[in-house]
Design a protein around this ligand. Sequence first.
Ligand SMILES: NC(=O)c1ccc[n+]([C@@H]2O[C@H](COP(=O)([O-])OP(=O)(O)OC[C@H]3O[C@@H](n4cnc5c(N)ncnc54)[C@H](O)[C@@H]3O)[C@@H](O)[C@H]2O)c1
Length: 247
Amino acid sequence: MRLNGKIAIVTGAGSGMGEAIAKTYAREGARVAVLDVNAQAANKVAGAIGKNAVALACDVTQADDIARAFAAAGKQLGDADILVNNAGTAHVNKPVMEVDEKEFDRVFAVNVKGLFLCTQAAIPPMRKKGGGVIINIGSTAALRPRPGLSAYNATKGAVHNLTKTLAVELAPEKIRVCAIAPVATDTPLLPTFLGPAPGQREKFIATVPLGRLATAQDIADAALFLASEEAKFLTGNIMEVDGGRCV
Ligand SMILES: NC(=O)c1ccc[n+]([C@@H]2O[C@H](COP(=O)([O-])OP(=O)(O)OC[C@H]3O[C@@H](n4cnc5c(N)ncnc54)[C@H](O)[C@@H]3O)[C@@H](O)[C@H]2O)c1
């Protein structure tokens, strides 16, 4: 068990990658706080994990919600060693002129502000414990941006930059900060990225050297490694999990 005795908070853990990460961490011995704006989804995932998980409703765009959920996680599980900033959203794949201000604000609020606020909430307990690990879910969209996802791609650029900034800022306190950059991954969010045009999925797969999309478990396996002792000298890394797409 690679995370025995560890305590983790995973945001957006009611679905997709977050769900896979929460379940993988629990399998490896961690106790996990399953946070999601969708309380029902969080309950379902925590219920499937069992006694080593708690479900907490939390909208990461709301500082009050975060304070409440992180305090409840601390009380029920203990101070977190690991934070996975996974909650994220996107606008539908479409030309830049069709992305309206509301959509721009929404993707930045969830993907950037939410990650920033959750990180601020996680730091004091990690300081108290003498260290910790923060894993941000970025994207290949930041490394090799493609047309149609202008505002979303920009949020992930911010996530990668924050990862590196916080890695150097928090290193003296033994808090490691890394990111995972997944390629298109088979989750409920995927159709939003691919857009409505027919045949997009097949076209995309044809551009991935390993010949398939990522699975949520591919991302969870990377998140397990980054949270584990084997990654103890890694900080500031942006780990591409992309079947070679960014080469
Ligand atoms: N699926 C892909 O192709 C892909 C590729 C690269 C990166 N990503 C990133 O991976 C992360 C996870 O996405 P996914 O593909 O698993 O999607 P998903 O839709 O399956 O899961 C996202 C979860 O985040 C939750 N969420 C949304 N807004 C929230 C908020 N304000 N507060 C709390 N929770 C909120 C949703 O309820 C959902 O349970 C996101 O950051 C996404 O940008 C996805």
